[in-house]
Design a protein around this ligand. Sequence first.
Ligand code: ATP
Ligand code: MG
Length: 338
Amino acid sequence: MTDRTFTPRVFSGIKPSGGLTLGNYLGAIKRFVGMQGQMQTIYCVVDLHAITVWQDPKALADMTREVAAGYLAAGLDPTQSILFNQSQVAAHAELAWIFNCVARVGWMNRMTQFKDKAGANAEKASLGLYAYPSLMAADILLYHATHVPVGEDQKQHVELTRDIAAKFNHDFKTDFFPMTEPVIEGPAMRIMNLRDGTKKMSKSGESDMERINMTDDADKIAKKLKKAKTDPEPLPETLDGLKDRPEARNLVEIYAALNETTAEAVIAEYAGAGWGRFKPALADLAVAKLAPIADEMGRLMADPAEIDRILGEGAQKAREIAQPVLAEAYDIVGLLRS
Ligand code: ATP
Ligand code: MG
């Protein structure tokens, strides 16, 4: 077996399972845009992942467009990156089936996202939610992606993708799939819920007050940050002083990521400041960064046909890369195509 070399290529995705949050922006979209031009970039609205929990069909189509609008408004350029929604490229589901037969049940049982999302009622969760990581591996490996920028919460799934690639390569005595690297770096890899600093901020979370949406206006952002849970202490003199203060750390990290600086620099500037000073400063910063994106999203959403056109064109380009990879995978497995 020779060691195949893979062209550096980025793939990542976001589910249309609700409105985009500040977590999605800082942990994903902003970084996706930053990787454009460095290597080939492929970004997806992963609608097949969204339906692993119930989605209202009409709302799903709108949310798919909204996620696409979020990408575009934040600077994703469809002439530089491939942008499409997953369900338009059937090869994702086809390769996922092969991976369902490669991945082991024991591997899925260790996935913390399933445990978090299924909760106490795991017996009632969809089979799709359980098999989700196998579809995610297919999303990534269908493009032989070498780099996957994700937030901290997705690290385990990218590691599982490597396990699936390694087992496929081993079982079929090939070097067909690459060992993909998760790219998880920067101050905002895990933005926390504003009302509970031990939980991740999520677009599908229960209460709107626990997250900042990319489309929230200035009043909403200020109100949510004012009500964000904190402790009574002022900001510490050093970064060490944020230990065991999850809510305080979260707001400092959000500030750092929005301002493209480090948590240390924020602490240096605001050492000893009370929340009455820090929260309004953070709200102003968040509004300054998000308002122009929200405005552009609104403009794009007013022309859904244009978004659909961009997604359709992206799907065409995605298929051109995906089809030969799927065909070769079928061939390796011995699935006859005549
Ligand atoms: P859901 O609640 O439906 O799972 P979500 O907000 O977790 O939605 P996803 O579509 O699951 O969003 O994830 C899209 C990308 O955003 C992933 O790369 C994920 O790691 C990143 N991401 C999601 N939430 C956060 C967060 N709180 N902090 C940093 N990155 C995040
Ligand atoms: Mg998620």
